[in-house]
Design a protein around this ligand. Sequence first.
Ligand code: DAS
Length: 326
Amino acid sequence: MTNPNILVLATGGTIAGKAGSATRHDYRPGQIGIDDYLDQVAGLGLNATLTGKQIANIGSEDIGPEIWAKLHAEISAAIDVPSIDGVIITHGTDTVEETAFLLDLTLPATKPVVLVGAMRPADAVGYDGLRNFANAVRVAGDSEASGRGVLVVMGDRVFAARDVRKARTRGTDAFRGFPRDSIGLVTPSALDWFGAPWRVDEAARFAFTQALPDVPILTVHAGMTPDYVSRLVTGETRGVVVAGVGEGNMPDPVRDALVALAADGMPIVRASRLDEGLVDREPEDDPNRFVAARALNPQKARMLLALLIAEGLTDPSAIQREFDGR
Ligand code: DAS
């Protein structure tokens, strides 16, 4: 596309962070406003017209339903404006996979929506944010980016929201995808897609809601006792995602406590605390009324389960079909 019009929604994170020195490790995220950021970007001479809007300027550990609602409203409006070709969201890397997956599930796949961050603050030697941003502009301005759902651009790679996760605490190569790794390679001057778009002209799959039901994650460890379940589950809890050991396993007494909740109608999803891999159904899932998270990690399984419960779904077989299909 020649000179695409791209809306940039800024939320903060390390990409807008400052350390006050080129070599300090500690820094503050969300220090640079979007107007100043776009002034810096102007020096790169990118082939795009960028319009910035500040949504927040915070670390992504503080991003939640209120900011998701603002982002969803802004992007939905932008999708309806014919002159806007794509949207970029600058975001902290810690929770970018959750924001990306929530937006992926609740937005139509008709225009490119790209999240981007940085692993080093803006005044650090070797700042990766400007390159990641230039790459994001290339992706958001590419007509072939639509129909692939919400995308995350980090470290010269393009990931689909469903697959992407932050896999390392440090380093500019911190992101991985599962079951697909990156779905494209990008530099400021080139973009290569691996395969064709798969959601061409697709409508939003779920209604967005800011009032997501309470779905906590129970991270299992060796020696866990069932009282961890009763301490986690409150009167507000509508579902539980288990970050189990191995392929979604847990000690028998913990399983018994969760089976009792499932028997009372609370959806229980088994995911894994491991970095990647499938969690498939096992024979006991039927009598236990459990759901297997398949390829989704606990934080993404939590997002999908919350949306399903918000739509009134609590039957384990119906929930399993949704996990199988996402
Ligand atoms: N400060 C963290 C965050 O906002 C890390 C980052 O952006 O890379 O998520």
